[in-house]
Design a protein around this ligand. Structure first.
Ligand SMILES: [Zn+2]
Length: 341
């Protein structure tokens, strides 16, 4: 095979190899193989001196053409590979601007806390101010000052959580009444929202920890009619204008007389259904006129001042208002339930 044929063979081989390169490293290897210092084309060019002079010009021209061609094929293959690499990288990181954006789930207040806020706002609108008391109370504030007799069953440690001598997790928000009255002369018009604790076994209508809102209005001529008017207004505000109310005699140590307030059933409007146990009425809260002994304990003169107090379970109001059958559902953190409110 003469130099001409060797050149043609190298040209064909180089073309094929360049075309089948799949990486920049491959291309570089082909470049060295043919155009490097010990490369095939370089080798053939060195052999040009042995070619007869009459053929030298033709073969020399051919080798130079091949060298240039291989050089430019290598360059263009490099560019192709770079472009492919860029294109595949770009599509992997591609941003599809037509996709809908990611939405963030909005947090919500637990229905109990929302209800408590709503209730406080209603009372504030009526001229009450909102105060808070500690969850760990003295036994005195929680029981004695509220006229609980020493033998009262709720003092039993089966019913209350005692935390050291003379202290108890408050079983109601009423001890805050004592704190407020001790700190200021009448008139008093406050509501106390807050958490309370009792040794109850949780069931559909009881929890060990629950929220109450307590209300207290003391002045020089407060009567049962004020109590009735205030609570009727609140019932209408919470449950709607069509709601009827009734008072039932009851007993609380700290009020006299004491009553419970019922509202007409929200489902059957008084006709009788399962929710109201066919009575047509739903029990909502306890209330009454402040017991004279309570005034004595805080240094108010019971011959001069009168007042009313009421207390409601916030979970009770929330479950009635929202139609939730079981009070425990409020705290199970089931997003399917909570997200409905
Ligand atoms: Zn009913």
């Amino acid at each position: 095979m003469d130099l001409h044929d060797e050149a043609k063979a190298a040209q064909d081989a180089a073309r094929g190899e360049i075309q089948s390169c799949s990486s920049l490293e491959d291309v570089d290897a082909v470049r060295i193989k043919y155009l490097g210092r010990k490369g095939e084309i370089t080798f053939l060019l060195r052999k040009l001196g042995k070619v007869p002079p009459e053929q030298r010009k033709e073969v020399g021209g051919l080798l130079n053409e091949i060298k240039v061609e291989i050089g430019s094929l290598i360059e263009s293959r490099k560019q192709d590979l770079k472009q492919q690499k860029y294109a595949s990288g770009a599509s992997a990181e591609a941003l599809d601007v037509t996709l809908p954006g990611r939405t963030f789930k909005r947090g919500r207040f637990n229905p109990t806390l929302k209800m408590m806020d709503d209730l406080v706002q209603i009372f504030v609108g009526m001229g009450f101010s909102s105060v808070e008391g500690p969850e760990i109370e003295t036994e005195y504030n929680n029981f004695d000052a509220l006229n609980f007799p020493p033998w009262h069953p709720s003092r039993d440690d089966h019913d209350s959580f005692y935390v050291g001598d003379g202290y108890v997790l408050r079983t109601h928000t009423s001890p805050a009444q004592i704190r407020v009255m001790k700190s200021q002369p009448p008139p008093v018009r406050v509501v106390v929202p807050g958490r309370c604790h009792r040794r109850d076994t949780p069931d559909a209508s009881h929890l060990m920890s629950f929220y109450q809102i307590e209300g207290l209005y003391v002045d020089f001529d407060v009567s049962m009619a004020d109590l009735k008017g205030t609570l009727a207004a609140i019932a209408h505000e919470i449950f709607g204008e069509q709601t009827r109310i009734r008072f039932r005699p009851h007993y609380f140590p700290f009020t006299e007389p004491s009553t419970e307030l019922d509202i007409s059933c929200l489902v059957c409007e008084g006709k009788g259904c399962r929710l109201c146990k066919h009575s047509g009425w739903l029990e909502v809260l306890g209330c009454g006129m402040v017991h004279p002994n309570v005034f004595e304990h805080v240094g108010y003169d019971p011959r001069k001042v009168t007042g009313f107090a009421f207390g409601m379970g916030v979970e009770r109001i929330a479950t009635l208002k929202l139609g939730i059958g079981d009070i425990r559902l409020l705290y199970e953190n089931d997003i399917r339930l909570l997200s409905q409110f």
